[in-house]
Design a protein. Structure first.
Length: 204
């Protein structure tokens, strides 16, 4: 029999997810029990299970919603009729602002992915791969030599994400460097590096 859903069902689920993300980011997925989560939510374990079947379900929803938010922002930028430079700069600003505004979710995504069952892990990885490929496509427009060496475009995109994916470990949005300033620094370094690459001289 299907569960009866209150009018605020989605809102209550989101409250549970937000509390779970905060705990997972601090203590790790394995370090948090459903009892810990119920205490943080000021509710009971049984009510947590009313909204989610398992702790793994909560972890998946936290990750999936974060990655979908990243893709929703990226897909709109990718569709813009602008130069690849402008796309990359706009995309990087958007990613940095999303990372800064959801640091705990991003930390959980980076650190706790392999606690998901394989099928659900592959869903998240698939969404991430779509983002990586979108950046690789931009790089192929920035550096024509990538078209003759497509096997290097994706590694270049992975290097780019390596620059921004770990900012949650050191970047303070309230610090002296603004989020936009850091985003511009990343783009300037990437553009100079990608355009300066001599791919034709690289060994296969």
């Amino acid at each position: 029999m299907a569960r009866n859903r209150a009018a605020d069902f989605a809102q209550r689920r989101e409250i549970i997810i937000e509390n779970a993300v905060r705990l997972f980011a601090t203590a790790g997925f394995l370090g948090v029990s459903v009892a810990d989560l119920a205490k943080a939510c000021k509710t009971s374990k049984s009510l947590i299970y009313h909204y989610f079947d398992s702790k793994e379900d909560i972890l998946f929803e936290a990750m999936d919603s974060h990655v979908r938010t990243l893709w929703d922002a990226a897909s709109g930028i990718i569709a813009m009729d602008v130069s690849p430079d402008h796309k990359l700069r706009t995309l990087t600003h958007a990613m940095m602002h999303l990372y800064a505004g959801a640091a705990s979710r991003h930390k959980v995504l980076v650190n706790e992915l392999y606690h998901l069952p394989r099928a659900r892990r592959e869903v998240i990885i698939g969404r991430q791969s779509r983002l990586v490929q979108a950046v690789a496509d931009i790089f192929s427009l920035l550096q024509p030599e990538f078209k003759s060496k497509p096997e290097l475009a994706k590694p270049a995109a992975m290097i780019y994400f390596g620059m921004i994916n770990w900012t949650h470990t050191w970047y303070d949005p309230a610090g002296p460097a603004s989020t936009d300033a850091v985003a511009d620094l990343v783009v300037d370094m990437v553009l100079n590096g990608v355009r300066g690459s001599q791919l034709s001289q690289r060994r296969p």
